[in-house]
Design a protein around this ligand. Structure first.
Ligand code: FPP
Length: 242
């Protein structure tokens, strides 16, 4: 990417809905799961580029709480792929000083996947580089419900005063309370919807959609999304500066 006065602003937090794996495979006469396998390669490419560009946090929607509705063999394949990815990426994550995190409900994830997650979160805990956050068994409404339930429990125990609950208090009960809201949300695969992703966090996020399916998503397209983002005026409900 260019440097100098006209260099694009790099979004601090990029979130991605990685869609189109199944269609990518079908188009080629392949089984859907081949699309996920190829999608894992794109995850590697894009993570590396985000690190290089100086992105502070990358959040990837890897498995939604609704993805359990898929055929059992596809779910099993995705879980095995995740386990393989988590084990296989350890070296790259450590070399690039990435801090690994996940968001989502832990219940339902296979023990082996949970073990790999815990291990990677722990070894990378003090890494000073980009945060890579995988949304696994994640749903935006579930996250809000889980936060509300925990606040209610704390209110019952007298730890929080219900009258004093505001957005900042609420934010502390989300899955990753330290995370800033995404600046840019990229969706591949052409559909223009948010699919229950980061509902609380995307209120002022810039959206960027491409028809390109996730396995074909490139570093050049990522740069194009960043250039578009950079040219937008973000007002957060206010008015433009004079
Ligand atoms: C959507 O494609 C994608 C998913 C449900 C899973 C995303 C998973 C990966 C990119 C690979 C594994 C992830 C990691 C982190 C290793 P889809 O199957 O819904 O595509 P379609 O809309 O064409 O059917």
């Amino acid at each position: 990417m260019t440097t100098g006065p006209e260099a694009p602003k790099i979004p601090a937090h990029i979130a991605v809905i990685m869609d189109g794996n199944g269609r990518w495979a079908k188009e080629k006469g392949l089984h859907r799961v081949r699309g996920h396998e190829e999608g894992a390669e794109t995850v590697r490419r894009i993570t590396r580029e985000c690190t290089r560009l100086g992105v502070k946090r990358l959040t990837l929607y890897a498995f939604s709480s609704d993805n359990w509705k898929r055929p059992a063999h596809e779910v099993e394949f995705l879980m095995a792929l995740l386990q393989r990815y988590l084990a296989g990426e350890r070296r790259e994550i450590m070399e690039n000083r990435i801090r690994f995190r996940t968001i989502g409900r832990r219940t339902g994830l296979p023990d082996e996947v949970r073990r790999e997650i815990d291990d990677l979160v722990e070894v990378s805990r003090t890494n000073p580089g980009m945060v890579l956050s995988l949304a696994l068994n994640y749903g935006g409404r579930e996250e809000i419900v889980d936060a509300a339930r925990r606040i209610a429990e704390d209110a019952r125990r007298g730890i929080v005063d219900p009258a004093a609950i505001d957005e900042v208090t609420f934010g502390k009960y989300l899955y990753d309370p330290g995370a800033e809201d995404p600046d840019l949300l990229i969706r591949t695969g052409g559909d223009v919807r948010v699919s229950n992703f980061l509902l609380w966090q995307i209120s002022y996020t810039e959206l960027w959609v491409t028809p390109v399916k996730w396995p074909d998503f490139t570093v050049e397209l990522l740069r194009e999304a960043i250039r578009d983002f950079s040219a937008r005026e973000r007002r957060f409900g206010g008015i433009a500066d004079e």
